[in-house]
Design a protein around this ligand. Structure first.
Ligand code: TYD
Ligand code: MG
Length: 457
């Protein structure tokens, strides 16, 4: 007879205790414990031993994993060259961002190349999927849709169908009958992911799991999900814009931080091979004070993005600082350097900084662009519209080196910019048709690209 074991599990971090606690000792959240019971199957005392003796690293043969193209070049690039056979991939994103859409499009392509796919839809009925499939023009005799939430049934169908690829849409909606807690709870997610890992490794099936993201930006359920899978990909975007970003956060089979850019249209997702062009196409020829173009790095790809700043006399007791798309503390640091090193007095000025397109820029190479946007707006002058700015700013006002400078210069030249401001110590062997101006300090950069007079608007 199977025994029932009761435990209390924190729904935020997965911490387990024998009795309920008010505050979780692990993540320090209050009121997150829920009682869960689990059926413990009696196990035989003599466990099978499949022990492999330790061996020298030189003697290990490299297993060249088979990769299968998703049919979407941008998706392949984010995955590091395609789907690895037998791997477990998590695709996470906000509800309604397009996760089911991209996986249905991928399933269509992969199945068209002779592979059998089982698409388990735990959230939508088969006819709902069919409606979407018609919109996406999906036609395949190797793509099976299965609307089911019970994991035991799903497992049975996998054994029956023996697919090459399995899609679970979504992990929060499926449940295993062995665990009493509701679908989406920590225990359920952990149990189901464990089984999926086992299926991926032992049956050599590529498993793609969809995970929803909570309001705080975490994958609903525990962090353990991210630890367990081989690859974590986030699907992000602005709800009010049609572009979407696919970003790799963890990859056991390739590099991370790769980004793919898509456009959500009526007939599904279309890849955008030149995202810089898209992000700059709303920029007007007659630039206004406070607008600059920077070359940032998204993964291994350079991206040209416009940053805008607005500086004006405050009507508040303490001036406002608002940053959209760059770190707030980073903005405060840049403003402090501007005040101290070039004497820009902002103590009675509100400062708003916005990265166009709703993008989030994490790298310090955007510092110089932000500084110039703020400084030009404050002084009512402009940065010449054919100039791109790259550089990190140190606290003494020096411009520090950035990585991948050649790629950034090439991208700027490709998009027809005439000049790029780079850090003095960055060596570049580029022979592109663009003037590369090396600047050591903030003041040098200002004199290299700032017009004294405002252009007629
Ligand atoms: P969906 O893939 O269902 O999102 P998720 O699985 O992440 O919850 O996509 C839902 C949104 O995408 C929906 O609001 C409609 C839009 N959409 C399009 O704009 N074009 C399309 O071709 C499809 C299928 C969906
Ligand atoms: Mg969906």
């Amino acid at each position: 007879m199977a025994k029932l074991k009761s435990k209390w599990v924190c729904q935020n971090c997965g911490y387990e205790t024998a009795k309920s606690l008010g505050k979780c000792p692990e993540c320090e959240k209050w009121g997150t414990f829920v009682e869960e019971t689990q059926e413990i199957q009696p196990t035989s005392k003599s466990l099978p031993i499949d022990d492999i003796a330790p061996c020298l690293i030189d003697d290990i043969e490299v297993d060249h994993s088979i990769r299968v193209s998703t049919g979407i070049e941008e998706f392949d690039r984010v995955l590091g060259g395609g789907l690895v056979q037998g791997s477990l991939i998590l695709l996470a994103g906000d509800p309604g961002i397009g996760k089911s859409t991209i996986l249905l499009q991928t399933s269509n392509y992969v199945s068209a190349n002779g592979r059998k796919i089982l698409y388990v839809s735990a959230e939508e009925s088969a006819s709902q999927i069919k409606l979407r499939a018609q919109r996406l023009n999906v036609k395949s005799d190797k793509l099976f849709i299965y609307s089911q939430t019970n994991f035991d049934s799903i497992k049975m169908r996998i054994d029956e169908l023996k697919p090459d690829m399995l899609v679970i849409d979504s992990i929060q909606a499926v449940y295993s009958a062995n665990i009493s807690s509701s679908p989406g709870s920590v225990s359920q997610i952990r149990e189901c992911t464990n089984i999926l890992m086992d299926i991926a490794k032992n049956k050599n099936i590529t498993v793609v799991v969809i995970g929803h993201v909570t309001k705080e930006g975490n994958i609903a359920g525990p962090k353990v999900l991210e630890h367990m899978v081989d690859t974590v990909i986030y699907f992000e975007g602005d709800r009010y814009k049609s572009y979407r970003l696919l970003r790799c956060m963890k990859n056991r089979f390739g590099t991370t931080n790769e980004v793919g850019v898509f456009n959500m249209c009526d007939d599904g997702l279309h890849e955008i091979s030149n995202p810089s062009e898209m992000f700059l196409n709303e920029r007007t020829k007659n630039v206004t004070p406070g607008s600059v173009v920077i070359a940032t790095n998204e993964g291994t790809r350079p991206l040209l993005i416009e940053i805008q700043a607005l500086v004006g006399t405050t009507s508040y007791p303490s001036p406002r600082r608002v940053s959209n798309g760059i770190d707030y503390n980073r903005l405060l640091q840049i403003l402090a350097v501007l005040e101290k090193r070039i004497g820009l007095n902002l103590s009675k000025q509100d400062v708003y900084v916005n990265v166009i397109g709703g993008l989030q820029i994490d790298e310090p190479a955007a510092d110089l662009g932000v500084a110039l946007a703020v400084a030009t707006c404050a002084r009512d002058v402009i940065v010449s519209p054919d100039t791109v700015i790259v550089g990190e700013i140190g606290l003494s006002g020096e411009i520090r080196t950035v990585n991948n400078i050649d790629k950034r210069i090439k991208e700027a030249a490709k998009l027809g910019f005439k000049k790029i401001i780079v850090p003095k110590l960055n060596k570049s062997d580029c022979n592109e048709e663009i003037e590369v101006v090396q600047c050591a300090r903030l003041l040098d950069a200002i004199s290299a690209c700032v017009y004294k007079e405002k252009q007629p608007v």
